[in-house]
Design a protein around this ligand. Structure first.
Ligand code: NAI
Length: 385
């Protein structure tokens, strides 16, 4: 049986990490399904390659195909220089309403990290992707828009805004907050995870961040009332088998993530908090280089390497394909092939344990043997077959 996966090569190190990733994913799927399932890889053009071949960084054909696709995976895309699209990644997120950015974060034994107990981190971050101060509604100080808006807020609402302020707007809706928290709870249920923590700054921003918290609890109570329980009501007797819904103020969550990470499993956050904690947690387990990610709408799951195009490494066969491979493993799991996903992850773990890794990882390990991207791929391939 063939399963169509649309793939975007990406810029910079994109082609190199793809050369390694595709054969490993194919082999893992073949080995775990006795050859009964295969991926039908269909390339979509975006980025520099698309400019070269079509003149556009995001051709209409790519957009039309993604509009009907259910699974796609992309390498890193550079930000086009010289106008047009601000960022291809943002354009993709907005065009396809990819409202949930999902990042699992856990430690790989052998990777050096700045904390004593990286093994205690095992969290999946659900970050809202479409609202908050990241909605792009922002006016520079001194512009006509900022002056008018400032005057309006002062005169009409008595708001205390200094003259010559730069002004950004933070829209957050019940609709977007609920669908994000709904996804996080569903994920916890599907994967047998113990809790979902709503992370917010509702003590200060009562209606936006506080709204996110309240709407999150609402969706848990109204749609998952029989399988979830708020932390405050939970006792050992009434919470067995249920997902516990917690909430934490964002700054406290950063402390908790360092002090008691094992108390947290799935996190649901608005856009800005989610951005911050994603990188902080990634650093806690040894950096962004290996972090997988996906962005989801209700119909499309777009998996991606979370790092950029690494222009200085491009063309040298030294890039680490780990993030794209692990995103591919997430994709296999999403497609219903958890054994194949585990196989890919275990191959990477084994390569790290044997200390044959790409130079970026080797530089952080003692007595490691740095290998090229291509050789790393061959090692992984031998382990998944
Ligand atoms: P970057 O992630 O490309 O590089 C940061 C540092 O990490 C560099 O030292 C780089 O060599 C290293 N690095 C990153 N990935 C690596 C890998 N797989 N193996 C070995 N080393 C790796 O971030 P930077 O330099 O800020 O951005 C470069 C370009 O990538 C920009 O055009 C940016 O807009 C774009 N970008 C795209 C993203 C995406 O497509 N999701 C995410 C972040 C940046």
């Amino acid at each position: 049986m063939k399963h169509t996966v649309y793939w975007i090569e990406g810029d910079g190190i994109g082609p190199e990490i793809w050369n390694v990733t595709r054969p490993v994913l194919d082999a893992a799927l073949k080995a775990t399904t006795q050859g009964e399932h295969e991926i039908n890889w269909v390339e979509l053009l975006a980025g520099e390659k698309a400019v070269r071949l079509t003149g556009s960084p995001l051709p209409q054909e790519t957009l039309d195909t993604l509009a009907t696709a259910s699974v796609a995976i992309k390498g890193p895309l550079g930000t086009p220089v010289g106008g047009g699209i601000r960022s291809l990644n943002v354009a993709l997120r907005q065009t396809f309403d990819l409202y949930a950015c999902i990042r699992p974060v856990s430690w790989f034994q052998g990777i050096s990290t700045p904390v004593k107990h990286p093994e205690r981190v095992n969290m999946v971050i659900f970050r809202e992707n479409t609202e908050d101060v990241y909605a792009g509604i922002e006016y520079a100080a001194g512009t006509e828009q900022a002056e008018k808006l400032g005057a309006f807020l002062r005169d009409e609402f008595g708001a205390n805004i200094r003259e010559a302020s730069a002004i950004g707007i933070k829209p957050m809706t019940e609709f977007a907050s609920r669908r994000l928290v709904r996804r996080a709870i569903q994920y916890a249920l599907d994967n047998g995870l113990p809790s979902v923590t709503i992370v917010h700054k509702g003590n200060i921003m009562k209606f936006t961040e506080g709204g996110f918290r309240a709407w999150g609890y609402d969706v848990a109570r109204e749609e998952f009332g029989d399988v979830t329980i708020p932390e405050k009501e939970a006792t050992p007797e009434n919470s067995a088998g249920k997902v516990i819904i917690k909430d934490r103020i964002a700054d406290a969550m950063f402390q908790e993530a360092l002090i008691r990470p094992d108390q947290y499993s799935v996190l649901a956050l608005p856009n800005l908090n989610g951005d911050y904690i994603s990188d902080a947690l990634a650093a806690q387990v040894g950096g962004l280089g290996m972090a997988p990610g996906m962005n989801m709408s209700d119909t499309l799951a777009l998996f991606e390497a979370t790092h950029g195009t690494a222009p200085t490494a491009a063309g040298k066969d030294i890039a680490n394909p780990g993030s794209l491979l692990l995103s591919g493993a997430l994709m296999l799991r999403h497609m219903g092939f958890p054994e194949a996903a585990e196989k890919v992850k275990n191959a990477i773990l084994a390569a790290i344990a044997e200390k044959t890794v790409t130079p970026d990882l080797a530089a952080e390990m003692e007595n490691a043997r740095p290998v090229s991207c291509t050789e790393f791929g061959k090692i992984l391939l031998s382990k998944v077959q």
